[in-house]
Design a protein around this ligand. Structure first.
Ligand SMILES: C[S@@+](CC[C@H](N)C(=O)[O-])C[C@H]1O[C@@H](n2cnc3c(N)ncnc32)[C@H](O)[C@@H]1O
Length: 274
């Protein structure tokens, strides 16, 4: 019989992971965490809590696998094309005058979102004066993002998204296909810095004009969402922009009064007060 997961077991797992490996999943949304640990138990045929805790403590390969399973890395280029249209029409004209644009993609996964932004900036003539920081807590996805290699599985979807965004060229202008992967052109990568950053445990590292944090907060409980939005508020210049995923909102957070919703449907907010 396989291990049955109850609240006590989940708490023990999270406490060990935090103490031993400095990853804090305690304030992630419980339902999603439970589902994902149950999947690990099923796939690895784990029978007792002790066995699971032992593997998490001493088997680094297993721990690496655990982090990959807990953090959902699904992504695509120009995800939610309507958001990219609003960004292009409403935000880009306002930031054109800024000399050194600083942009943060928090929870960048394998890089599709930051590469989309690099393409948008290149088409707007702004890439050269921009620095993009792309961060994630999962070092596996960061390693493939750094190489500029994307899964070919999404090639059609990425292309369809770019066409719905109505980009100026063809998506195929920005990559080559090698060994069954999409390899992004080097000139898109020059101004992107990838680094490990944990939104829960690490402080912000700069002030930004634009912060993207899309499809990350949905995995956090309300308290953690509030804390992380607070970090973004501290990390944005006045007049800066925050872009969340279409299922996420900052409306309930303590920082909400400092922002205007530029597009409620596309979850684009502008910071209006310090
Ligand atoms: C579903 S992906 C979203 C990727 C991209 N932003 C998009 O919308 O397509 C969520 C990403 O958040 C990352 N993540 C989860 N918890 C995090 C944390 N505490 N700090 C930084 N990144 C985190 C995951 O590793 C994953 O790559």
């Amino acid at each position: 019989m396989l291990l049955e997961l109850d609240l006590r077991a989940i708490k023990a797992i999270m406490a060990l992971v935090k103490a031993k490996h400095r990853y804090d999943f305690e304030n992630y949304a419980m339902s999603s965490i439970k589902r994902r640990i149950e999947r690990i138990i099923d796939l690895k045929k784990i029978e007792t809590l002790d066995k699971l805790l032992h593997s998490l403590e001493f088997d680094l390969e297993f721990f690496d696998y655990f982090v990959r399973e807990i953090t959902v890395n699904t992504t695509e280029m120009f995800r939610d094309p309507a958001m990219w249209v609003v960004l292009n029409n409403e935000v880009i004209p306002n930031i054109k005058i800024i000399n050194n644009l600083r942009i943060w993609h928090a929870g960048c996964s394998t890089g599709e979102e930051v590469f989309s932004m690099a393409i948008l900036l290149q088409e707007a003539g702004l890439l050269e004066k921009s620095i993009l920081y792309a961060t994630d807590l999962n070092t596996n996805v960061l390693a493939s993002a750094k190489k500029g290699e994307l899964t070919i599985r999404n090639q059609e979807l990425n292309t369809a998204n770019y066409e719905r965004f109505k980009g100026k060229g063809k998506l195929a202008d920005y990559y080559t296909v090698q060994d069954g992967k999409m390899i992004m052109n080097k000139d898109l990568m020059t101004n992107i810095t990838f680094k490990k950053h944990d939104l829960v445990l690490d402080k912000s590292f700069l002030k930004f004009d634009l912060i993207f944090c899309r499809n990350v907060l949905i995995y956090f409980n309300m308290q953690l969402q509030d804390d992380v939005i607070g970090k973004f508020n501290d990390s944005l210049f006045k007049g800066g922009w925050l872009i969340l995923g279409t299922k996420e909102t900052m409306a309930f957070t303590k920082s909400a009064k400092k922002f205007n919703a530029v597009s409620t449907s596309e979850r684009i907010y502008q910071k209006t007060a310090i």
